[in-house]
Design a protein around this ligand. Structure first.
Ligand SMILES: Cc1cc2nc3c(=O)[nH]c(=O)nc-3n(C[C@H](O)[C@H](O)[C@H](O)COP(=O)(O)OP(=O)(O)OC[C@H]3O[C@@H](n4cnc5c(N)ncnc54)[C@H](O)[C@@H]3O)c2cc1C
Length: 475
């Protein structure tokens, strides 16, 4: 029996259930494949930085697989619609008898997988699928009424007790080295139509599971201790920065949870505050993925709370462009947005501040911000991005209450008290004292003119009152 292993958001050899099982079931050498769908990727607002990371991770994966005598082939077709026929043709050309793949949780991906499964089964080939994106299958954590959770705290409680009952899946055993290579590995393309690699930053974001695992273990040995206290300080760089690796699957969430458990005496919700806080963030990731499966409307650009679609968002394109460019006149928002455009990444607290600013101060539709983040972030991920945006816009599951609106200036004082992060990304403010960053009235108008730094686009207090009224009106 020769398996075809279809890699998707699981670009690794460790803890890869589909690869592990296929390599054991095989009686003739395993063939592996990855499908690139440029038009689909564009329709999904995939960032160029992430497309670049995928290509670089594929290079690393192809080398790792070759050591196991498994060739990685690459198929390219415009959209998911061509995947069933293209994969079946490849399976037949290499005399494969069965397809093995790990699950994905997004709606289009699940629909594609159903089509691929039908095509293979209709042709008399077997299909084996595995849970991989999450620690538990996405529909496993349910309320007593068998509903999907829509509030994080009880979800987390249920997740932890299930884990403590020993129901988490085990990490998949290492794949078996095959006797011989059935064909030569394919070439990993140097570019994907529609995606610019010019702004890729390989030094900042090394690709592949080796650097991903090194970062994970180093983080768990060191920075995790101070994570709870420092994660909201962007200048401290105190978070793991593993999100790009998780987004392409160079690491699994299970590997992350297990690494944290290893340094926390196997405890999920006690012991080191840093480790428990970090695990809690990983559970947020699990939660948002379950939401995609339980409430697929969020995959269709719809708000989780349907009534919030009646909100009449502002339509000011100048404000939108100023926000994207980091020229809102609010230093912490501008520093955050410039970190995003310069590095393809942003600290979580800054994501919350800049998303809340777009949706509540500028009162622009959260979908505009979600799309911009998706097209810019190296870790772009539908579940987390949509969850984060709908949380900030108060349209989502367990969202910020509409009247609890971040004041970007007090947030700025808390997360960048000395202004070092702001100065790093907004160099025109290099000589401005920190207190002027945290108070809209403290920076003299003349100084703004001299430094070519804009006046704030809106008055926070007035914008806040307007947002609260608009939300009240739809209740
Ligand atoms: C508006 C908005 C948009 C976001 N867009 C994305 C996105 O496209 N892709 C993405 O991976 N994350 C997104 N997040 C969540 C979070 O900001 C990032 O996961 C985190 O900043 C990544 O940095 P890290 O790997 O150093 O995280 P760490 O703090 O080290 O956390 C470890 C991992 O836990 C998960 N995690 C952490 N915080 C959250 C959270 N709030 N929600 C869900 N999972 C979390 C991530 O997988 C992260 O890699 C978004 C948050 C907001 C508020």
């Amino acid at each position: 029996m020769r398996p075809l292993v279809w890699f998707r958001a699981d670009l690794r050899t460790h803890d890869n259930p589909a690869l592990s099982r296929a390599s054991r079931d095989a009686t003739r050498g395993v063939v592996a494949v990855y499908t690139i769908c440029p038009e689909q990727w564009l329709a999904h607002d995939l960032a160029g930085a992430k497309a670049d990371l995928i290509l670089r991770t594929l290079e690393a994966l192809s080398k790792d697989l070759a050591k196991l005598n498994i060739p990685l082939l690459v198929l390219e077709h415009p959209t998911f619609a061509q995947s069933p026929a293209a994969l079946l043709k490849l399976a037949k050309a290499h005399a494969c008898d069965a397809l093995y793949f790990n699950d994905e949780n997004e709606l289009n991906e699940r629909e594609r997988d159903a089509e691929v499964t039908s095509a293979f089964e209709d042709a008399g080939l077997k299909v084996h699928t595995f849970t991989d994106q999450l620690v538990f299958p996405p529909d496993a954590i349910r309320t007593k009424q068998s509903r999907f959770y829509s509030v994080f705290t009880p979800f987390k409680k249920a997740w932890i007790s299930r884990h403590q009952e020993g129901e988490a899946r085990d990490e998949a055993p290492a794949p078996r080295t095959q006797d011989d290579m059935p064909c030569e590995p394919g070439t990993i393309p140097s570019s994907v139509n529609g995606f610019d690699r010019d702004r890729a930053q390989p030094d900042l974001w090394p690709a592949g599971e080796d650097p991903a695992r090194k970062t994970l273990f180093a983080f768990c040995a060191n920075e995790i201790k101070t994570y709870a206290d420092e994660r909201d300080l962007p200048d401290a760089d105190a978070t793991s920065r593993l999100s790009p690796h998780l987004a392409v699957g160079a690491l699994s969430s299970l590997q992350c949870v297990n690494a944290a458990l290893d340094v926390n005496q196997n405890k999920l919700d006690s012991g080191s505050k840093g480790a428990t806080t970090w695990i809690s963030e990983l559970i947020w990731r699990e939660f948002y993925r379950c939401i995609l499966v339980g409430f697929p409307r969020v995959c269709r650009h719809q708000p989780f709370k349907p009534e919030t679609d009646r909100i009449e968002w502002n339509k000011n394109t100048d404000h939108l462009e100023a926000w994207k460019a980091g020229r809102t006149g609010v230093p912490i928002v501008d520093a955050a947005m410039r970190q995003l455009s310069q590095t393809g990444w942003m600290n979580n607290r800054l994501r919350m501040i800049s998303a809340m600013y777009l949706t509540k101060d500028l009162f622009l539709d959260w979908r505009l911000g979600e799309r911009h983040f998706s097209r810019s972030l190296i870790d772009t991920d539908l579940a987390n991005n949509n969850g984060g945006w709908q949380w900030s816009a108060s349209t989502g599951v367990d969202a910020a209450p509409y009247f609890r609106i971040f004041n970007p200036y007090s947030q700025s004082k808390k997360c960048d008290p000395d202004g070092e992060f702001i100065r790093r990304y907004v160099p025109e403010l290099a000589d401005v004292p920190a207190p002027q960053f945290h108070d809209p009235n403290a920076m003299p108008a003349l100084l703004r003119t001299t430094l070519d730094y804009p006046e704030p686009l809106v008055n926070h207090a007035k914008a806040r009152a307007h947002a609260i009224e608009a939300f009240k009106a739809i209740r």
